[in-house]
Every structure is written in structure tokens, then in C-alpha cells.
Design a protein around this ligand. Structure first.
Ligand code: GLC
Ligand code: CA
Length: 531
């Protein structure tokens, strides 16, 4: 079975991971120096969020040069050192590819601004005249995902499209130069040892011909968002088939994984499972994040529906589901679910499901969402929402490594020089503190990952429910492993479930044979047990 079908990947947001040179900003040498944490945890791969030169109007997702490393993160040599070291340690490296838009400081966009309407330079982006005779109204009603209109007017009267911040102009994917430039970008990073790409906003590269209005209620009904004229267009699929062919054929650098082991993972915010599955047909991408699972509430029925729907849709195209509970964009699970115990239990649920998993740095430390004071917020959502949405910085507060106060060895700089602040009460969350504590969240993740490896047959075993569809708990079997999660208000006597096997791991210590509310347990059958 290909590694990516059951891999555990670890998302790193480098600016918040570890700072090697005392400037308060995490960087690539900092990642390399801390790869032993990932190895100790037992992950198969790491995914780095964008490391490209960027003015940081959107956390690095506004890219000024796709074939370089941001100076504050390091150099191309640092990237090579990181990938070599990761490969030596047996981990693959996935990098972010951001093809939907560039930074407004990208040479192409600057050239476009200096060129006439209808010029070839403007054709690399989506420039249009306004829709009224004076050109004072935007070309259509599209809204930015960050709030406000998706169009900004330039000095000669033309408008340009940006589905995100105005500093992120959308590229025109029907322009052949755009297409071939990104093929070169893929080749460039494969040459530097990348084993795969996480494709940002993979559902939005093509916009419907004629740019028709989207109508009222945009961004309000996730299950119908594939109907929006800026999402889920048919032309995406031949593009991703081409990319897959490229990945599968471009020669590998020594130490990197072989071409047919490389992966493409779609960040595809299409919520209807059968539409999402089309991105992972056998000759397209390998994985697509399961946002429906990421957004599911702490409720047995809702989770079961998402799990069944996801497995059915992915199964129809023979793709694995890619489970995810957190990312640099999401509220951290401890906060979203309301307690560390629930977050731990959700982790045991996720890690027992069939398919691949993405963890996000700090999830294994049970970090809650951090409060970022108003004057230190960096996320453009804060400004664009008129200061009503604090944005995603609370999930990006730097990792606490050791010590009892900020910056917890994240940096040699003082806490107020950290690019984002850390809460004062994170001492117990530090990696060092948790490494020595068998009851820590880190220990739980580590043991869960070890058990996943210990029962390789489980990777292929389908899920069989033991719980009834409306039960307030979830119980299922996969090969030698059973998982029970109690989402109800009452303690759950395990004996009443009639499950084979004995407990090997639980999110909280068990009292006798009873699973407390919000807790989860893994059981294995003796025959499957290989100490
Ligand atoms: C993706 C990224 C997010 C970014 C957006 C625009 O959703 O994960 O952080 O803001 O794309 O590039
Ligand atoms: Ca640094």
C-alpha cells in the first residue's frame, strides 16, 4: 500500500516553530534543529507552509518569488539541508504551492500595473473594466473570502480580481505563460528535494467564462459552494492530471522519494463529498483535506455522518480520506471542542480512522487558541472584517519548547520581539515538560502513532461500526483495533458494548471498565497484539 494512503503528516508553520538566530522569527534552520521532535513523535512526513519571499500581507500566502526562500526564513541552502536531514530521518517533505494568486509585489503584477488595459501583461491576471458605463462599479458581485468585494480598482480605471486580500491578485489560469511558469516552479522544488505539494486554494484557479455574478448568499452555504462561478470549474481536473504526470516522471534527487511516491494534496474547500472526491480520482491528486471533519461539532451523530460520507465518497474513487483536526487556519481543537480531554479524544478518534492524517504543530501539545492583543494581530481578516473577526493568529502563536515563561525557548529574543506573542500560562504545554510525562498529550499522540505502526494490517482494514447510528457514543472496529469515544453525558461501561480486546490507550486514565464522558479508548484483540 502506498505510504500516503495511511501517512501521518505534520504541518509546520515555520515562522512559529523555532527561531535559530534570535530575531524573534522562526526559520528553516530552526525546523532542521528540531526535527528530532517529529521523529520522536513518529510522523511520516512534514508539510511546510509557504517559505517564499513575501511581504506577509497574508502570512506568506502572498508570494513575490516562487523560486526562492524568504530571507527571514533562511536560504535555499537551508532548505536543502532541511530536506536532506528529513530524508535521512525517514520523513518526507511536502511544501506549499500557491497557484491561485501572487503577491501584488510580484514582478508580474508590477508589470501589469505599469501596462495598458488589455495588454499581455494584464492577461496574466484577471483585469476587467467596471460593469457600468463609467466603470465605477466592480465587474461583478464576487466577494473576497476575507470579506468585502473581490475587486480593486487601479488608477487607470481597470479592476483586478482578488478572491482573498487585495495584495493577492488572482492569476489567469487560461494564460499559457502562467501555466508553464508553474510547471517550472514544480520542477524547481522537486529538484530541491520536495516530495510533494500541498496546493493552496486548489478549487479556485479557474473562474467561469464570462465571470457571471454569484448571486446572494455567497460563502454562506458550504455544501453548495461548488456552484459558485469562482470555484470547482471543470478545467481544474486536466491541470491536476498534468501535474500528477509531472510528479510521477520528473527525476528524483538522491535521498528524496521515488517519483511514483510523490504526493499532491489539495486544499480544496469544496464541501459536497462527491464533488471533493473528483479531485482525488486515480490520475489526479492523491489527497484532499477533509474540511467537513475539521469543522464537525463534538456530537456523535454529526461526526458519524461526516465519517460515513467521507469514506463513501473517497471510496468511490479509491482514494484515502485525509483526516484533519487543526491547521494554521482553524481554531485549535482544545478551544473549539471546549476542553483538552475532548481534543485528546478527537485525536484518538481521528488516528483510528482509515486513511491519512494531518497534524498541525502544537496540536500534540494540546495548545489552546492563544489570545493575541489587538495591536499585535497580523491576520488581514482583522482589518477586512472591520475588527470583528480576530482572524487566525491565535492558532499561530509560537511553539513552547521549554522553560516556564515566554518565549519558552522558541527564540533567544525577548518575548516582545517575537513575531507573535505567546500566552504566559503555557509552561505545562512545553515540549520538554510533556516529554517526561507519560500522561501528557504529547505522550498520547506518540503512543497512538506507535500503535498505528505496530498494526500495519490495520491500515488496510475497513471500518465496521459497533455503535448504533443514534447512540451518544462512537464505537468501531478496524482489524485488530477498536475505538470507542464517549460523546454523551454519562459514563459508558465498556463491557456492555461486547467489544473484543483490551484497552491499550485512552485519552484519560480509565476508572475500571468505564469510559468517562468526553473520553476515548483504543482496544486491541490478543491475536492482533504484537508487543
Ligand atoms: C489557504 C491558506 C490560508 C490563506 C489562503 C489564501 O486557505 O491555508 O492561510 O490565507 O489560502 O492563500
Ligand atoms: Ca529567525
Amino acid at each position: 500500500m502506498s505510504w500516503w494512503r495511511h501517512a501521518v503528516c505534520y504541518e509546520i508553520h515555520p515562522r512559529s516553530f523555532a527561531d535559530s538566530n534570535g530575531d524573534g522569527i522562526g526559520d528553516l534552520p530552526g525546523v532542521t534543529a528540531h526535527l528530532d521532535h517529529l521523529r520522536h513523535l513518529g510522523v511520516d512526513a512534514l508539510w511546510l507552509t509557504p517559505c517564499y519571499p513575501s511581504p506577509l500581507a497574508d502570512g506568506g500566502y502572498d508570494i513575490a518569488d516562487h523560486a526562492a526562500i524568504a530571507p527571514d526564513l533562511g536560504t535555499l541552502d537551508d532548505f536543502d539541508t532541511l530536506t536532506r536531514r528529513a530524508h535521512t530521518l525517514g520523513m518526507r517533505v511536502i511544501i506549499d504551492l500557491v497557484p491561485n494568486h501572487t503577491s501584488d509585489t510580484h514582478p508580474w503584477f508590477r508589470e501589469a500595473l505599469g501596462s495598458a488595459p488589455d495588454s499581455a501583461s494584464r492577461d496574466r491576471y484577471v483585469f476587467r473594466p467596471g460593469k457600468d458605463p463609467d466603470g465605477t462599479l466592480p465587474p461583478n458581485d464576487w466577494q473576497s473570502a476575507f470579506g468585502g468585494p473581490a475587486w480593486t480598482r487601479v488608477s487607470d480605471g481597470d479592476w483586478y480580481l482578488h478572491l482573498h486580500a487585495p495584495q493577492q491578485p488572482d492569476l489567469n489560469w487560461r494564460n499559457s505563460e502562467v501555466r508553464s511558469a508553474f510547471t517550472d516552479v514544480l520542477r524547481f522544488w522537486l529538484g530541491h528535494g520536495a516530495d510533494g505539494f500541498r496546493v493552496d486554494v486548489a478549487h479556485a484557479l479557474f473562474k467561469a467564462e464570462g465571470l457571471p455574478d454569484a448571486g446572494p448568499g455567497q460563502h454562506q452555504d458550504p455544501l453548495r459552494n461548488h456552484l459558485m462561478p469562482y470555484y470547482d470549474q471543470e478545467e481544474l481536473h486536466p491541470l491536476y492530471r498534468d501535474w500528477r504526470t509531472l510528479l510521477n516522471t520528473h527525476p528524483a534527487r538522491p535521498g528524496a522519494c521515488s517519483p511514483d511516491d510523490r504526493v499532491l494534496v489539495a486544499e480544496c474547500a469544496v464541501f459536497a463529498p462527491e464533488r471533493l472526491a473528483r479531485y482525488v480520482r486515480p490520475d489526479e491528486m492523491h489527497q484532499t483535506f477533509n474540511f467537513a471533519f475539521l469543522e464537525a461539532p463534538w456530537q456523535a451523530r454529526a461526526l458519524r455522518q461526516v465519517i460515513d460520507g467521507s469514506l463513501a465518497a473517497s471510496g468511490s474513487v479509491d482514494a484515502p480520506v485525509t483526516w484533519v483536526l487543526s491547521s494554521h487556519d482553524a481554531i485549535r481543537p482544545v478551544t473549539r471542542f471546549g476542553s483538552e480531554l475532548r481534543a485528546r479524544s478527537a485525536a484518538l478518534l481521528m488516528l483510528a480512522l482509515p486513511g491519512a492524517v494531518y497534524l498541525y504543530q502544537g496540536e500534540e501539545l494540546a495548545l489552546p487558541q492563544a489570545h493575541i492583543p489587538d495591536d499585535r494581530i497580523r491576520d488581514p481578516l482583522w482589518e477586512r472584517s472591520g475588527h470583528t473577526d480576530r482572524g487566525r493568529d491565535g492558532a499561530r502563536s509560537p511553539i513552547p519548547w521549554s522553560g516556564s515563561a515566554p518565549p519558552y525557548s522558541f527564540t533567544a529574543a525577548s518575548p516582545d520581539q517575537c513575531w507573535l506573542p505567546q500566552p504566559p500560562d503555557w509552561a505545562d504545554h512545553c515540549v520538554d515538560a510533556q516529554r517526561g510525562d507519560p500522561r501528557s498529550c504529547l505522550a498520547l499522540y506518540r503512543q497512538a502513532l506507535r500503535l498505528r505502526r505496530q498494526y500495519p494490517a490495520t491500515a488496510q482494514a475497513p471500518l465496521r461500526w459497533h455503535s448504533a447510528p443514534h447512540a451518544p457514543y462512537l464505537a468501531f472496529q478496524r482489524g485488530a483495533l477498536a475505538c470507542v469515544v464517549n460523546l454523551g453525558p454519562d459514563p459508558l461501561p465498556l463491557a456492555t458494548l461486547g467489544l473484543p480486546g483490551h484497552p491499550v490507550l485512552s485519552s484519560t486514565p480509565l476508572t475500571g471498565d468505564t469510559l468517562p464522558p468526553d473520553a476515548a479508548v483504543w482496544l486491541v484483540t490478543e491475536s492482533g497484539h504484537r508487543p
